[in-house]
Design a protein around this ligand. Structure first.
Ligand SMILES: *Cc1c(COP(=O)(O)O)cnc(C)c1O
Length: 357
């Protein structure tokens, strides 16, 4: 049976990228060696690294004064790398869910943290708006897409202080005005590649301003000075990331991707709003294009487990909601084709016929 992969992360990758990765595992560039057994200090791998960076720069329109890093450790490691490098006195954080909270917890180890806005009062079902950003902050941190709750910033906000964003789950899903940010980071495993590589985009002039000593591996400047090869980089994940970016370029880049993501989200949200069995959980104006969260409507709540089983029987994978929200979450990342969303919609309609008279 065809599987429809709605996993929240690690998640679906383009078939081409997986096939090229499989080939490189067996024989990389006709070298007679596997990509898994070569030095990162070879010309062949340096080309992979450079191409991955060049594609990322091109696809996201990253200006020259920003450096790109591919590191290990996941987005969670950036939760402390960011304040280590940038927090001298006080940072501001917008609390839009679990990932924001984890970032806040780490930042508090390095200085004062002011939570300048939060949507915790409504279980993070919306993106806070209309708050004032104090100008005495070292930086302001936001989470652009809230993977667990299905909320997303629709525009790049204006900030009078250095803006830092965790874009783990919506990077490359829409055009971003990189110039509005000082630093953008995220794990690759939602929208950009496999698990094991973390991207950082940083404007160099924001670095080197804190008075504390930085461990070498934490100091972004060491990674920048070594073209992101200060230590052994995640060689294979970077290769797969490069293949994923090649695919994204081949379909028309980020504007085309955004169009497709909108079409997928419109299709699924449209069905959620029409079908009496289901309701969406996120505020409509803040609905994520990436993670679409919904639950059974009040009178049908005891059908949730049955719907999950039914959908599973039709090839749907990964649609159980996160335990903090319940219900269902369909992650519709870049590589998910609209046919999979249509298959889920068909499933919802069939289930409706079975249960709504
Ligand atoms: C998945 C996720 C993380 C955690 O990423 P790791 O690479 O597992 O550390 C952080 N932030 C957001 C928004 C995420 O979706």
């Amino acid at each position: 049976m065809k599987k429809h992969n709605f996993n929240a992360g690690p998640s679906i990758l383009p078939r081409e990228a997986i096939e090229n990765a499989a080939k490189a595992v067996l024989d990389f560039n006709g070298s007679g060696l596997s990509i898994l057994e070569i030095s990162h200090r070879t010309k062949d791998f340096e080309e992979v690294n450079d191409e991955a960076m060049a594609l990322f720069r091109e696809l996201l329109n990253i200006p020259d004064e920003y450096k790109i890093l591919f590191l290990g450790g996941g987005a969670s490691t950036q939760f402390f790398h960011v304040p280590y490098n940038l927090l001298e006195k006080k940072a501001g954080y917008v609390n839009t869910g679990v990932w924001s909270k984890k970032a806040i917890k780490e930042a508090k180890l390095f200085g004062e943290v002011e939570v300048i806005a939060s949507s915790e009062d409504k279980n993070f079902t919306y993106i806070p708006k209309g708050y004032k950003i104090p100008t005495d902050l070292d930086y302001l941190h936001i989470t652009s897409n809230n993977t667990i709750y299905g909320t997303e910033y629709k525009t790049d906000i204006d900030s009078p202080v250095t803006l830092v964003a965790d874009m783990s789950s919506d990077i490359l899903s829409r055009p971003v005005d990189v110039k509005k940010y000082g630093l953008i980071y995220g794990g690759a495993q939602k929208n950009m590649g496999p698990a094991g590589v973390t991207f950082v985009i940083v404007r160099e002039d924001i670095l080197g301003k804190v008075s504390r000593q930085l461990p070498s591996m934490v100091d972004y400047r060491n990674h920048i000075a070594n073209n992101s090869m200060f230590n052994t980089p995640p060689v294979f994940p970077i290769f797969v990331l490069k293949e994923t970016l090649k695919w994204l370029k081949s379909i028309g880049g980020v504007p085309e991707m955004q169009k497709r993501n909108k079409a997928k989200a419109d299709l699924l949200y449209g069905e959620i709003d029409r079908n009496p069995l289901f309701v969406g959980t996120a505020a409509k104006e803040d609905r994520s294009l990436m993670n679409i969260c919904f639950v059974m409507a009040e009178p049908y709540q005891d059908l949730a487990a049955e719907f999950l089983e039914f959908a599973k029987g039709k090839g749907m994978v990964g649609i159980k909601g996160h335990r903090l929200v319940g219900g269902f979450r369909a992650s519709c990342y870049n590589a998910l084709p609209i046919e999979s969303v249509q298959a889920l919609v068909d499933c919802m309609q069939e289930f409706e016929k079975m249960h709504v008279k």
